[in-house]
Structure formats: C-alpha cells, structure tokens
Design a protein around this ligand. Structure first.
Ligand SMILES: Nc1ncnc2c1ncn2[C@@H]1O[C@H](COP(=O)(O)OP(=O)(O)OP(=O)(O)O)[C@@H](O)[C@H]1O
Length: 567
C-alpha cells in the first residue's frame, strides 16, 4: 500500500486557497517591497472577531492591497481626511481550520489598525511604533509626476488601455508629516528596505536618501561673493566653541533638574529640564545627530552644511527680541547652541526609555550612537504645548492668538524676508501667561496686543526661508514629489499652493506663503482646535470674526499687509 502523503499535504489552508485563486498571487506584487514585521501573535488575532468583517468579494477589489501573510489593507479609504485605519481582511472565513499556519499576521510597517484596538498590546510587545499612514490608490490623470518604481501595478484594464497609471498616494495625519512620509518612503521605495526592529543595525545612506535631504540650500544674492567657507568652523563659531565638547559632561545629570523627554522629531529628541544653576527657567534641549554615516530614524544625518542654516535661522529669529526696528518674542528663544560628541548620557537614555514605555517612541533608540557621534544641541525656552493639544477658553482667545501669529510673521517678513513654509499646528506652541499685553515693533512702529491669557511661539524652521545679509537660506523642495502628493488635511494643499506661488523656485521670496499658512491656521481655529466654552456668546461672536477673516485672508499678499489691516 502506498502510504506516502499526497503532493499538497504540506500546504496549509491558505496555500490551498491561493491555488484556487491565482489572481491573489497576482495581487501580491508588493510583498517583496514592504517592510514587514513578523508578528506571530496569531492566537490573539484569530480570537478577534473584528477581523472577519469584510466580505469575500472585497478580495477582487483592487483597493485591497495584500500586505503579506493573510492580511489585506484597504488602499482606498472613503474618509480621506483621517489617518490610517487599514481594514484587515482574512482570506478565509474558515479561520480556525487553518491550524498552525506559518503565515501569520505580517504587518505592513506604518499601518496600525484602529479597528483592532485589542492588538495594540501585541504591537507594543513587538516593539513597533504606531504610525499613522494610509496608502490610497489615486489616478494621476493630468499630472506630470513621473513615478519610478511604483510597486502598485495597475490592474484596471480600462486604465491600462488608456495608458493612465495609478500610484499610491498618501493620506497623512494633520500636523507632523515627516515621520509618516518617511514610513511611506520606506514602504514604497525599492531602494530603501530596512528591518523593522526599532534599533536596527546602522545602515549606510542610499543615493536616493542623500539626494532627498540635500534640499537645504544657501545662496549668495550677490554672485560676485564666492566665499568658500568651512561649515564646520561656522557651526563652531555659532556655538562659540573651538572644538566639540563631551556630550555626557556638557549635559550631565548633576546639572539638570526634573529632566524628562517631551517630544521627538524625525531629526531629533526633545528633552525638558531646569538648569541647577538657574532652576527658575525651563529649558528644552533639541538633540540632533549630525555628520554620521548611519541612518537615524530612517533619515540621513544632516551635515554641518545642512544644519548651519537652521542654526542661523533659529538664532536670527530669536534675536528679533531685541531688534531696533522689527521686534517680536514670537519666535522661540534660543539660549545656546552646542556641538557635542560622544555617547548619549545614561540619564537621557533612561528618560528616552521611559517616554518609549509611556508613549511608544517612533525613533531609534539613541544607544545606537558611538563615541565619535556628533550632535547639535539647541537649548530653547520651553514654550508650552502645541496648538493641536491646547484647549482654548473660547474663540476670543484664539482670535487674539491668531493676531499674535500674524504679527510675528509680519515682523519676520520685514526683518529677514522670512517665510515659515511649514506652519502646521504642531509648530505653533501655546502657553499661559499673566502678562496682559505682548509688544511688537513693525517697521519702527510700536504695537501692543492683548494676550487674553496666552502667548504663542513659532518653532521648527526646517523648511523656512530667510535672507540674512547677502545670503538667502531656503529648503529646495522642487524635487520632493511625495510631499505634494500627500492629502488628508488642508495642510497638504498648502504645500502645493506654495509650490504654485513660487513656480517651484524655492529660493524666491513670496510672503504670500505666510498668508496661505494663516488661512490654514484660521481654518484650524474655526474647526479643529478644542474650546472650553463653545456655547458662550463671546465664543460665537469671535467665531464669526474668525470666519470672516478666513473668507478674506487669501486676498492679502503678505502677513505684513494682513497685520496692517488690524491697525
Ligand atoms: N521650545 C519648545 N517648547 C516646548 N516644546 C517643544 C519646543 N521645541 C520642540 N518642542 C516639542 O518637541 C516636538 C519636536 O520638535 P520639533 O518640531 O522642533 O522637531 P523636528 O525634529 O523638527 O520635528 P519634525 O522634523 O519631525 O517635524 C514639538 O512638536 C514640540 O512638541
């Protein structure tokens, strides 16, 4: 008697299902390119009935992307202005017959389902951060964007016939966009395939990555000036140092009180503390690794040349506090800039881990840095919480906050032809104040605004443009295609509006971009931020004013012109 097993005996039920549906294999084209993590928590997932809610017919829908294993992601979300909620799909409704399937839930990096909250603990255990990205299919009709290595094949025969292509576009969360954009890049770009574990072994830069961050530029307006400067020396000059100082001695635990990590960006970690020498001040440290070859948080480290303009802009905007003709305290106050070298101090590593435990950091563990790592440390004034988290008393308070933002931008324009270019609500900080008024000087004229109990501070000049002396510093976004395909919030329209305004020449001075961000800010104040007393009469009266401003704002050509209309 032949007691050998039949040929397909090794197959599990998922494999058998694929055999019956070869088109699923066709759809499974992206599998090689996703950064998939290996979550072997099948028991938990199998026990979650929420995972069974999509009909079998959805499998034929091109908007469902096979993310590997037996999970599918809905690429086409109806509600375009919210963050990712990948729909999870089981291929088989006969789950429990699938004994010990080796293909358990592989997750598409960057996608964390809100539909399956029970999974969140497993995600934590796995060490993956929750990232909010949703990938959509959108037609590129009328678009001149060339897509290279688009991993999503067009499976619509009609589109194939007309020669139109589909591509993945982005629906990003409002506010901080760099992280989610980066997640998308890692997922969809074939040359960037990194492991999903949090502390990845350091990886060298790819050409694409180097090109991507080389956007920061400084050009001399007078072309006869052709200085060859050492950016390292310039950085040291701004730091008032002759050489880098040791990280662990410059920021030793004994010098810092009540230290904690308060935030993070793609480029750095942000801590808060009170200096032992001056405990009445609260200082924020923004720690940015530079010049190293390893990717940090998936990004190429900035060079001296790329960090220099940010130091200059931060310093100059901060110095506007004491400017004779155009002054404001609306740009974050910078106490000091330091160039430090060496491993992260132990106490900061511990605080990093505490933050990670509570909030799940999306960044790489800073224990990855070695003895020769260089960092720029910006010591800033603590300026409160960002607008997305702040609760205003009522629209009167937010109406005056808006005026603070307008006057701050106006002063920046007049002093340095400043355009912020990324003024989303995560970059507007708000804190309470006892002061009744805030003073400005605009073109020599003194102005005073009621605070209504709050003070606003503008941060993050990564995309900003200024003219300082003979030099124009800006960030060249002309080749940054992904940012302009993002959607999900009015914020992402603003990047496209700026590009049109500037004719994609990012060195040009176009203060209208500040007005565009004002139109975004007022939209958020009308419908986005939180209010304590939204039913009061004063709230309704001022909401009407905000709405009137929203209608009119795009007629102004600059924040300065807008500020003058308030006088
Ligand atoms: N002066 C400050 N006071 C209070 N909080 C701050 C201050 N500076 C930064 N933060 C907090 O740290 C977070 C990250 O800071 P920041 O935006 O400057 O980093 P980033 O690396 O430029 O971020 P990304 O490049 O990802 O947008 C902010 O969103 C804010 O919550």
């Amino acid at each position: 008697m032949d007691d050998t097993l039949p040929d397909d005996a090794w197959k599990d039920s998922f494999d058998k299902l694929l055999d019956r549906r070869p088109e699923l294999r066709e759809l499974n084209i992206i599998k090689k390119q996703v950064r998939a993590s290996f979550n072997i928590d099948s028991s938990v997932e199998n026990s979650n009935p929420d995972l069974l809610h999509i009909s079998e017919s959805s499998l034929h829908n091109p908007n469902f992307l096979d993310v590997g294993g037996d999970r599918f992601v809905n690429l086409k979300r109806k509600n375009g202005n919210s963050i990712s909620t990948p729909c999870v799909k089981r291929v088989s409704t006969n789950l429990f017959h699938c004994a010990l399937s080796p293909i358990t839930s592989m997750k598409l990096d960057g996608l964390q389902t809100e539909l399956v909250p029970k999974l969140s603990n497993n995600v934590k255990a796995e060490g993956r951060a929750i990232k909010h990205v949703c990938f959509e299919i959108s037609s590129l009709e009328n678009s001149d964007i060339q897509i290279v290595d688009d991993p999503i094949k067009n499976i619509d025969p009609q589109e194939e016939a007309t020669g139109k292509r589909s591509r993945s576009s982005l629906v990003l969360q409002p506010g901080k966009w760099r992280k989610s954009l980066h997640t998308w890049r890692r997922t969809f770009q074939t040359d960037v395939v990194a492991p999903t574990v949090k502390v990845s072994s350091p990886r060298k830069r790819t050409t694409a990555e180097i090109t991507r961050i080389s956007g920061r530029k400084s050009t001399y307006l007078n072309e006869s000036i052709n200085l060859v400067i050492s950016h390292e020396k310039e950085v040291l000059r701004y730091c008032e140092q002759r050489r880098p100082i040791r990280f662990d001695s410059a920021y030793a635990a004994v010098k810092m009180l009540d230290t904690c990590k308060i935030g993070e960006g793609v480029y750095g970690e942000v801590f808060k503390y009170m200096p032992k020498s001056n405990p009445s001040t609260t200082v924020v440290l923004k720690v940015i690794p530079i010049e190293g070859a390893e990717l940090v948080n998936g990004e190429v480290q900035k060079t001296y040349e790329q960090i220099l303009p940010e130091i200059i802009i931060s310093q100059e905007m901060s110095n506007l506090r004491t400017n004779a003709n155009n002054s404001t305290t609306g740009y974050v106050n910078i106490y000091n800039v330091a160039l430090v070298m060496g491993k992260y101090p132990q106490h900061l590593l511990k605080l990093w881990e505490e933050y990670d435990t509570k909030k799940e950091s999306e960044n790489d563990h800073p224990e990855m840095f070695g003895n020769n790592q260089l960092f720029i440390v910006l010591e800033l004034n603590f300026a409160g919480s960002d607008m997305s988290e702040f609760t205003f008393v009522n629209a009167e308070q937010s109406y005056y906050a808006l005026q603070q933002i307008i006057f701050t931008l106006a002063v920046g324009e007049e002093a340095f032809q400043f355009e912020h270019r990324d003024l989303h609500w995560g970059n507007i900080l708000i804190e309470e104040t006892d002061k009744k008024h805030i003073d400005y000087k605009l073109n020599g004229k003194d102005l005073s605004l009621p605070t209504k109990g709050i003070r606003i501070t503008i941060i993050d000049y990564t995309l900003s443009r200024v003219t300082v002396g003979d030099c124009c510093h800006y960030n060249d976004l002309s080749t940054d295609e992904e940012l302009f395909t993002a959607s999900g919030d009015y914020q992402y329209d603003i990047y496209c509006m700026m590009r049109d305004e500037l004719n994609n020449d990012w060195s040009a001075y176009a203060p209208k971009t500040n007005v565009m961000w004002l139109s975004y800010v007022v939209a958020k104040l009308i419908d986005g931020v939180k209010y304590k007393n939204p039913k009061s009469q004063i709230h309704r009266t001022n909401l009407t004013k905000l709405k009137a401003f929203h209608k009119a704002v795009l007629r102004f050509s600059s924040a300065s012109e807008c500020a003058n209309s308030f006088n």
